[in-house]
Design a protein around this ligand. Structure first.
Ligand code: NAP
Length: 244
């Protein structure tokens, strides 16, 4: 159980992040619901989890690509909800294109949000973890960062970068009792995958179904729990066997 813990989840207005926020709240954690543009959806998540689980929760707008905004929000969360114990770097975007056609903007947007965003929010939270002598960092990578996917050179690079970041941070902070792990989802049913050819993916998935946001949330809650205190620097696929 996570009673008394404070969690900051980026990209928690929708999809996987919203499911992670719900799951952590269901185990008693106070949750900072970080979002970028979707104020209504973020407030709805906050209302739902406070009404359902009776925990403290609040929505905070922050573009994770900005270190300044991440630092400000981390400070605000610490003073309003309490010192942060659990950071879930989940915010992410895609701008798929073949490399020959990919614009510099498409490449930069994905790297700035997915990779630099995880660096920024981790940097914003790390002093608090060191001071508290405890912390859990959970980064959402992707099977795209493990195997590479055609049309996703920007996204695959960002998610492979998140894995490198995870391992370096895990080594740096282990002596401070801070763990850092990555989850690599496969094809999960969210806004991000709407419009993709789900049927062709299902054929390649040994468990013969798409993933649900809750499949990722369960593992995030485990990695945040005391039961996972001896796991760090690990990358765990939750993909129905897709990238095996
Ligand atoms: P989603 O439904 O598209 O939601 C994306 C979330 O990220 C939203 O809450 C959005 O906030 C937030 N966000 C986007 N840009 C941001 C920024 N600059 N600053 C702060 N927040 C930002 O995506 P999802 O499918 O749940 O994906 C969540 C994570 O899992 C991503 O890192 C994604 O790469 C990864 N992943 C997803 C899949 C999949 O199949 N869905 C597979 C592998 C990995 P607003 O709502 O305010 O815009």
């Amino acid at each position: 159980m996570l009673s008394g813990k404070v969690a900051l989840v980026t990209g928690a207005s929708r999809g996987i992040g919203a499911a992670v926020a719900r799951k952590l709240a269901s185990q008693g954690a106070a949750v900072a619901v970080i979002y970028c543009g979707n104020t209504e959806a973020a407030n709805a998540v906050v209302e739902e989890i406070t009404a359902t689980y009776g925990v403290n929760a609040k929505a905070y707008q922050c573009d994770v690509a900005s270190l300044e905004q991440c630092s400000q929000v981390a400070k605000q969360v610490s003073s309003e909800l309490g010192a942060i114990d659990i950071l879930v770097n989940n915010a992410g975007v895609t701008r798929d294109n073949l490399l020959a056609l990919m614009s510099e903007d498409e490449f930069d947007k994905v790297i700035d949000t997915n990779l630099k965003g995880a660096f920024n929010m981790t940097k914003a939270c790390v002093r608090g973890f060191i001071k508290k002598k405890q912390g859990r960092i959970i980064n959402i990578s992707s099977v795209s960062g493990l195997s590479g996917i055609a049309g996703q050179s920007n996204y695959s690079a960002s998610k492979a970068g998140v894995i490198g970041l995870t391992k370096a941070v895990a080594k740096e902070l282990a002596s401070k009792n801070v763990t850092c792990n990555a989850i690599a989802p496969g094809f999960i049913e969210t806004d991000m995958t709407k419009g993709l050819d789900a049927e062709s993916f299902v054929k390649a998935i040994p468990l013969s179904r798409l993933g649900k946001p809750e499949d990722i949330a369960s593992l995030a809650a485990f990695l945040a729990s005391d039961s996972a205190s001896y796991i760090t620097g690990e990358v765990i696929r939750v993909d129905g066997g897709l990238a095996m």
